[in-house]
Design a protein around this ligand. Structure first.
Ligand code: MFK
Length: 210
């Protein structure tokens, strides 16, 4: 039996393909060296494309939703959302209360010449630490994030980002994480405090430690 895909899923896939093309466009824009007349011509083409997309617009990006396989996804997220051109997008894998993601920054992310902007690294770590807290049952908002920049982060190289939940106290929980090279050299590390807002639904009770 063939199960037909919903129109919604098919459209979302098209939206993610558009977002990926926009990422390619951003990369190309960052690195292009074509003559001025070509820059002007491309700008005109993009202005027209932008107007076509604005012909019908939402008030906010794609929300949290359940995918057809039952998993929770947030396609509009600035770090992980495949429908958000700003996102790398990071594919976060969970292992208990730890999370990991392969990361490859692009020239687009340059801060100091030849390496990644510190705010971009902080954003990735903020998200990953938050997901580690959530994976441990303590989903919350970032209350504080302390980042230590140990070595410049290169773009273009295959890197690894990891994080784990470390402890919890009432609505507060802590996580730590790092961005490292494939051979295990830590480039940036961070610790974060995440607080579950009182208004959020109560989490299920956590088993006692020990
Ligand atoms: C499932 C998917 C997972 C996705 C992961 C996403 C990760 C990415 C996360 C983000 O980027 S979140 C966006 C950035 N963060 C924010 O916008 C947070 C803005 N701030 C707030 O919403 C509130 O200030 C916050 C929820 C953090 C705390 O508000 P509350 O009203 O709950 O705090 P309250 O005043 O009741 O204080 C509770 C406790 O936390 C402490 N606290 C509050 N804010 C703090 C702070 N900023 N730093 C340190 N401690 C803080 C406070 O002292 C107190 O400690 P005690 O219980 O020990 O007395």
């Amino acid at each position: 039996m063939t199960i037909r895909e919903t129109t919604g899923e098919s459209r979302l896939r098209a939206l993610c393909e558009l977002a990926e093309q926009v990422r390619e466009l951003m990369d190309a824009t960052t690195l292009t060296d074509v003559p001025e007349a070509e820059l002007t011509a491309v700008t005109a083409t993009l202005t027209e494309a932008t107007e076509r997309l604005r012909a019908s617009a939402r008030a906010a990006p794609q929300p949290f939703e359940f995918a057809p396989d039952g998993s929770l996804r947030h396609l509009g997220n600035a770090v992980t959302g495949a429908a958000n051109p700003h996102a790398l997008p990071l594919a976060v894998e969970r292992d208990g209360a730890a999370v990991r993601a392969d990361v490859r920054f692009r020239p687009l992310h340059e801060g100091p010449p030849g390496s990644v902007h510190g705010g971009i690294s902080a954003m990735i770590l903020d998200h990953l630490l938050g997901q580690a807290a959530a994976a441990a049952g303590f989903a919350g908002m970032t209350a504080s994030l302390t980042v230590r920049y140990l070595k410049p982060v290169p773009y273009g190289a295959a890197l690894l980002a990891t994080a784990e939940h470390t402890r919890a106290e009432g609505r507060k929980s802590w996580a730590e994480g790092r961005i490292s090279t494939q051979d295990g050299t830590t480039l940036v590390e961070a610790t974060g405090l995440f607080i579950t807002p009182a208004a959020w639904p109560a989490r299920p009770p956590t088993p006692p430690e020990g």
